[in-house]
Design a binder for this molecule. Structure first.
Ligand code: DUC
Ligand code: ZN
Ligand code: ZN
Length: 464
């Protein structure tokens, strides 16, 4: 047997455990896992390194319409360069229709934005903000059929938040056509009540973004979303869970026999609401929803990561520039947190943070790391077994990690379009040094390599 590429000597995290072996690759696919493979046109010496499945970040926002005058900091090229440099081979951004734009039209526009730009493979989740008969009766079923097998509904934000009835209607389409509903669970009325009260008291600095979205706002909405899913008879995924009380809702639902999946993100184990209280206007750099909580929540989130309350660890990369009127310094943002665009960059730092804090510090195994960062994303969003695991027949999406490389996270070394990182100076041990997409190196020693070769992925039904 001869191979286009052989990766030799790595500790390989396969779907059935970690083992030392060689990986043989032909036509972009893993064809052999074995000992002492020979006849490789390219031989990559990976001794001392760990081979993990390419990261799948199933929660990122790229080039998403964000209101008049506001612009996301990443397009598909910069966003996927950043993703590849952070050890990712697939990203799943959200497709949000503009006002008066159909879902089908929005998908076309997004596909064109991504075309020939991507350093990772890509597919979109749909955001459902209209529930008219054409959207739910025609467009959505057709799009699910075409491979868009997951969509997000919001319980907050003017113009996006759906009523309970609307959420039930969306869930019932998911049930009929075998798709996954993702929920942003925060109670819009409660937030507005608290924001109006804060505003009347003159409390309009970035810190009050966090104060006006307290834990009960997220807990109540999570409980309601789960109840609605129970009524509609569908599984669901609760995205960006920030605290222990929400985790308890998820655990209780599972004890009742419901199928609920849960995602958390690096910000909920490393940042706190006090970061939004930084000097001057710097707190705006950390404004995201749900907001980071207190450090007392961190061990609870870690317990959920370790004990499988969480299925997914994603970035929620939602990048804006700080020094820009199209970003965090939007008109009126300094005088009222309500005008600060919501979101933080993180597609490049998600994996190093979890590797360092999780694997290196002994909280999780390499196998669990692979599940949380790749395998479960592939299964829930219809990409498995082509993606998400190092196994024969899968795409050769492989990342080589140097487990001993220590680094300080620094904006100067990142590739996203944002002009800051919330993790400036954060110390990590372990860093991806080569990313391979379908057998081709897309990042080497911290820099993107080669032309954009990302493909558009047609997804299947979730594996529940
Ligand atoms: N929800 C997200 O999922 N991302 C950024 C902002 C938000 O509210
Ligand atoms: Zn959200
Ligand atoms: Zn998000």
């Amino acid at each position: 047997m001869s191979y286009k590429t052989v990766i030799k000597g790595a500790r390989v995290v396969t779907s059935s455990g970690a083992t030392e072996c060689d990986i043989g690759i032909n036509n972009g696919v893993i064809t052999t896992l074995g000992l002492d493979l020979k006849n490789g046109e390219n031989i990559i010496d990976a001794s001392g390194l760990i081979a993990l499945p390419g990261g799948i970040d199933s929660h990122v926002h790229i080039s998403q319409p964000s209101g008049p005058g506001i612009e996301m900091a990443d397009d598909f090229h910069s966003g996927t360069c950043s993703a590849a440099c952070g050890g990712n081979t697939t990203i799943l951004p959200f497709c949000l229709p503009e006002a008066n734009q159909s879902l089908r039209e929005a998908v076309k526009v997004y596909r064109n934005k991504a075309l020939d730009q991507c350093m990772t493979d890509v597919s979109f989740h749909l955001i459902i903000k209209d529930t008219d008969p054409v959207t739910l009766g025609q467009d959505l079923p057709a799009l699910i059929q075409a491979g868009y097998t997951s969509f997000k509904v919001f319980m907050t934000y003017a113009g996006l938040a759906l009523t309970d009835r609307q959420i039930l209607e969306v869930m019932s389409v998911a049930r009929e056509h075998n798709a996954m509903v993702m929920v942003h669970a925060e109670n819009e009325d409660a937030i507005n009540f608290l924001q109006d009260r804060a505003e009347r008291a003159g409390k309009t600095d970035p810190y009050h973004h966090a104060i006006t979205r307290p834990i009960p706002v997220e807990r109540e909405a999570t409980h309601r979303a789960i109840s609605l899913a129970e009524i509609a008879g569908v599984p669901l995924t609760i995205v960006h869970v920030s605290n222990g009380e929400v985790m308890q809702e998820i655990v209780r639902a599972r004890q009742r026999g419901l199928t609920v999946f849960a995602e958390t993100c690096p910000q909920y184990i490393t940042l706190t609401a006090n970061d939004l209280d930084k000097d001057g206007f710097d707190g705006a750099k950390y404004v995201c929803s749900p907001p980071p909580r207190t450090s007392e929540e961190w061990p609870k989130i870690w317990a959920g990561i370790e004990q499988r309350t969480f299925d997914l660890f994603s970035s929620d990369h939602c990048p804006f520039r700080f020094a820009s009127a199209a970003g965090k310094n939007a008109p009126g943002a300094r005088s009222n947190f309500r005008n600060i665009p919501n979101g933080i960059p993180g597609v490049e730092t998600r994996l190093p943070i979890l590797f360092s804090e999780g694997v290196v510090k002994g909280r999780i195994s390499l196998e669990r790391f692979a599940e949380l960062t790749a395998t479960n994303h592939a299964r829930l969003y219809g990409l498995y077994p082509r993606k998400g695991a190092i196994m024969v027949g899968a795409d050769a999406d492989i990342v080589l990690w140097d487990p001993d490389k220590s680094k300080q996270i620094a904006q100067a070394n990142l590739h996203h379009g944002s002009d800051y990182t919330p993790w400036e100076g954060f110390e990590v041990k372990g860093w991806p040094i080569r990313t391979m997409l379908r057998g081709v190196t897309t990042m080497l020693d911290g820099e993107p390599t080669g032309a954009p070769m990302g493909e558009y992925l047609i997804r299947r039904a979730p594996i529940i």
